[in-house]
Ligand binder design. Structure first.
Ligand code: S3P
Length: 166
């Protein structure tokens, strides 16, 4: 199987970066994050791209970054929370080992509720989370080969469960 060893998907704030780095350490491979790729390539933050250009332009930039990383990277790869909205991206994930890190809405509000750096949660975090989860949960499930519930768990425990599930 070519491409990443493991792809991590799931909502923002679920711990993809932390768990991804721990997983990469345990597997002896490198870690890559498509949000970091986008920031490095664009020379501005994700929030700035959203404000300057709007979400559709961000999604096009994200799609290109995700497809490039899927082709290039052979370690652990974390995708931005909305990357799975794109049907071509979901098709590319078929045949990959994809771990979906999940959390419920209350956990999400607890973890990210006050984080103004996240453009999709700026107005009413609980309502926005509920809508995001309803719109996306089935897409995460569609691409996942394993699901790890992170609610109330520390990243180390989530990593162990993910390793067992691989
Ligand atoms: C987004 C998730 C973010 C980032 C952007 C949009 C989303 O990535 O790409 O703010 O649509 O869920 P993380 O999941 O890495 O925070």
């Amino acid at each position: 199987m070519s491409g990443p060893l493991v792809v991590l998907v799931g909502p923002m704030g679920v711990g993809k970066s932390t768990v991804g780095q721990l997983l990469a350490e345990r597997l002896g491979v490198t870690y890559r994050d498509t949000d970091d790729d986008i920031v490095a390539e664009q020379g501005r933050t994700i929030a700035e791209i959203f404000v300057d250009e709007g979400e559709p332009v961000f999604r096009a930039i994200e799609k290109a970054a995700v497809h490039r990383a899927l082709a290039e990277h052979d370690g652990v790869l974390a995708l931005g929370g909305g990357a799975i909205l794109d049907a071509d991206t979901r098709a590319l994930l078929a045949g990959q080992r994809v771990v979906y890190l999940s959390m419920d809405v209350e956990e999400a509000v607890k973890r990210t509720g006050l984080n103004a750096a996240r453009p999709l949660l700026a107005v009413n975090p609980r309502k926005q989370w509920r809508e995001l989860m309803e719109a996306r949960r089935h897409l995460y499930e569609e691409v996942a080969t394993a699901v790890v519930a992170t609610d109330g768990r520390m990243p180390e425990e989530v990593t162990e469960i993910a390793l067992d599930a691989l």
